[in-house]
Ligand binder design. Structure first.
Ligand code: GLU
Length: 298
């Protein structure tokens, strides 16, 4: 990595873990990569706690996470943003999108979506398209619901999510949506986004009045984040984020996607697969210096 800082005055980075489990080496890599860039750009490094999923996120995990980050020797600016304290900000962004006619309530269950997709496939004889995460694109069942009927069902308390009408969103955002990516030396280039490959994404869940996509876009803007450093698993999702930024009139940060760590089975490390945690490694007597060295940050 080049050592001379790129020409950038007030670079702001953030590490944004979810306290729904213990951090593993993949998180350490992400946090340390953020730290390295923050130092290269002479910028600030913020911590954001992404805990919108109140059923899975626990204060004990947040404490464990803070302990791990301290142990690794990572220093963050003093202000910490905890998403669960800012639902009003996400509601406000949603209302902007709603006023522009870009959001609709969707009452479909997973099963209804599966049946609709199977019917489409049977009719066309072709596989139904899937999004970059491998889930079938939403077939649009509720998109054309009569608005007064949709309103009546919402008022009656029927469980629903709120979806972005991606075609309309793209039409309003303008054809040439793209974003800046920066390489290891900080050099930027522009790349095009392809949000259509995600279809009508969910912006507010049934159980949570927002979504990862909406919250991350709102928070990056409110925290003045200029540079997002995240794993390659979130590269495709950035297409959604830049469309939302355009529609909400928010600035777009520059992005860097670091490689993912994979385990001996060839899969990326994940809390859901109980990858060995930093706390386990620490308990085995591994030092923070050894972790830094192992990940290339000696
Ligand atoms: N909270 C996300 C995660 O833990 C990261 C969010 C982001 O970098 O945009 O994977």
């Amino acid at each position: 990595m080049a050592t001379s800082p790129p020409d950038c005055d007030k670079a702001v980075f953030r590490f944004a873990p979810s306290p729904n489990g213990l951090l593993h080496l993949g998180h350490a890599l992400s946090a340390l990569t953020n730290e390295r860039f923050a130092s290269l750009f002479e910028g600030r490094l913020l911590l954001r706690i992404e805990d919108i999923d109140l059923s899975r996120c626990k204060p004990a995990f947040e404490q464990a996470m803070r302990d791990d980050l301290d142990w690794l020797g990572l220093h963050f600016a003093s202000e910490v943003r905890r998403q669960s304290e800012h639902f009003a900000d996400y509601a406000q962004a949603l209302s902007v999108l709603r006023r522009r006619g870009l959001v609709y309530p969707c009452f479909c269950s997973r099963q209804q979506v599966r049946v609709a997709v199977a019917a489409e496939e049977a009719q066309s004889g072709r596989p139904w398209p899937v999004d970059p995460d491998g889930a079938p694109l939403y077939p649009g069942l509720c998109r054309e619901l009569d608005p007064s009927e949709a309103e009546r069902r919402v008022a009656a308390g029927e469980p629903h999510v709120l979806r972005l009408d991606m075609k309309r969103a793209q039409a309003l955002a303008g054809a040439a949506v793209g974003y800046r990516v920066f390489d290891d030396s900080g050099e930027e280039r522009q790349i095009p986004a392809r949000p259509e490959r995600w279809g009508d994404v969910v912006l507010a869940r049934k159980d949570v009045p927002t979504s990862y996509h909406l919250s991350v876009v709102v928070d990056d803007a409110l925290q003045g984040v200029t540079h997002v450093v995240r794993g390659r698993d979130l590269e495709a999702a950035t297409d959604i984020h830049v469309v939302l930024q355009r529609l909400l009139g928010l600035p777009s940060p520059a992005y860097h996607f670091h490689p993912l760590l994979i385990d001996e089975t060839g899969q990326k490390l994940a809390k859901s697969r109980s990858s060995e945690s930093l706390a386990d490694l620490r308990a085995r007597g591994i030092t923070a210096a050894a972790i830094r060295a192992q990940l290339g940050f000696a």
